[in-house]
Each structure stands twice: as structure tokens, then as C-alpha cells.
Design a protein around this ligand. Structure first.
Ligand SMILES: N[C@@H](CCC(=O)N[C@@H](CS)C(=O)NCC(=O)O)C(=O)O
Length: 207
């Protein structure tokens, strides 16, 4: 199995799950090759992550996570329970449509720019983004008041999807203090070793 990755939130979901499941894989840092014809042939979107598993070529981190769970018989994607699938799908869709656009600007200004050396955070631009973040954080916080996890009251791929941009919320200066249930959930995920440190080890030049 091969995983093409860069040090960013969507690959983080997949890398953390691979580590959490103890799956053997070859990790290919594609940060310098995203826009090449060879990589475009694997993913026409020219984005990471991409998974190669036998004849399967898969892009979109949620689909890759589901594939890994099916392969490893892990109920973080509830392949055998349609009602639970619906619940996980609900939160995956909510993450893509509402939560990611709400937390994404903070993640971009403070984490992406620093990781890829593309300038200082534009804090002034984030002032107008606070209201939208609070709107959807209130939804998630109310849900987590009576639930340990995002879906099914156990760890699922919906947790990794929803947490991937928000996990460094303190460094990203996201105004999460009014949302204690989100903070409890995000801090709880950080106690999973695979979530806290998902990145493949850097191979030495000689390796
Ligand atoms: N919805 C996609 C998002 C993929 C995506 O946007 N990947 C980003 C990293 S988080 C990327 O490759 N960015 C590099 C670029 O756009 O040049 C998924 O979940 O896999």
C-alpha cells in the first residue's frame, strides 16, 4: 500500500488512521510533486492524500478512511450497520459543507502559512470570520454536550474528519473557549498517539 501525503489536514486524517490501525504502508511525501502529470494521473485534482492499494487508486480522505476501515474490519467506518453509516455520513457532510469553511480560514492563516512558509498570518482578515466559526461551533458543542464523540458515541472517521483543521485551535487562534465540549473532545483526541503524531518519520538522505 502507498499513501501520498503532504503535511496538511486532509492527509493527517489518513496518516493517523493508518498508524492507529497498525497498517503497513509506504509513505510518499508528494509536496514537491503535486502538480506533475504523473501525480495528476493518480488524482486529477492534484491534491493529497491519495491511496494506492493493489488495483485501487483512491482520493478524498473520507473515502480513503472508509476503505482502510473496511480492509481492516474496523468499525470506525460502520460497514455492517446502515443506521450508523447514516450518522457518520451526516457528520462528514456537515464537516465539508459547514465546519471546514468555518474553521478553515484560521487553519490557513496560522497553520498552513507557517508550515509552507507562505507569509505571516493576516489576523485582520480573520475578524470577519469569527461569527461563522461561532455559529457552527455552537452546533457541534451542543451535540457534544451529550455525546462523547461526533457519531455513534465512539471513535469514528467522522472524528478524524471534523478534528483535522481544528485540532491546533490554540495555535490557530480559533475562539473555542466558549465551547467547552469541543475543547474536551479535541483534547481527548490528542491523547490518541496516532492522532497526536500522525506524520511519517523523515527518512535520512541515505535511506
Ligand atoms: N477533500 C479532499 C481535500 C484534499 C486537499 O485539499 N488536500 C490539500 C491538503 S489538505 C492539498 O493537497 N493541497 C495542495 C494544493 O492544493 O496545492 C480530501 O479530503 O482529501
Amino acid at each position: 500500500m502507498k499513501i501520498y501525503w503532504i503535511k496538511a489536514q486532509a492527509p493527517r486524517r489518513v496518516l493517523a488512521l493508518v498508524k492507529h490501525l497498525g497498517v503497513q504502508a509506504e509513505f510518499i511525501d508528494i509536496s514537491r510533486g503535486l502538480k506533475t502529470p504523473e501525480f495528476a494521473a493518480l488524482n486529477p485534482n492534484m491534491k493529497a492524500p491519495v491511496l494506492l492499494d493493489g488495483d485501487t487508486v483512491l482520493w478524498e480522505s473520507a473515502a480513503i478512511m472508509a476503505h482502510l476501515c473496511v480492509r481492516e474490519s474496523c468499525d470506525m467506518w460502520p460497514a455492517r450497520n446502515p443506521q450508523e453509516q447514516i450518522e457518520v455520513l451526516r457528520w462528514l457532510a456537515w464537516t465539508d459543507c459547514h465546519w471546514a469553511p468555518a474553521v478553515g480560514p484560521f487553519y490557513f492563516e496560522h497553520i498552513v502559512k507557517k508550515t509552507f512558509g507562505i507569509g505571516a498570518p493576516d489576523r485582520a482578515a480573520l475578524v470577519a470570520k469569527v461569527s461563522n466559526l461561532k455559529t457552527f461551533a455552537a452546533v457541534l458543542d451542543a451535540h457534544l454536550r451529550s455525546h462523547s464523540h461526533i457519531a455513534c458515541d465512539r471513535l469514528t472517521i467522522a472524528d478524524f474528519a471534523a478534528a483535522s483543521m481544528a485540532t491546533d485551535w490554540r495555535e490557530a487562534e480559533m475562539p473555542m473557549e466558549p465551547f467547552p465540549n469541543i475543547v474536551r473532545w479535541l483534547d481527548g483526541l490528542m491523547r490518541l498517539p496516532a492522532w497526536a503524531e500522525p506524520w511519517p518519520e523523515k527518512r535520512s538522505a541515505a535511506a
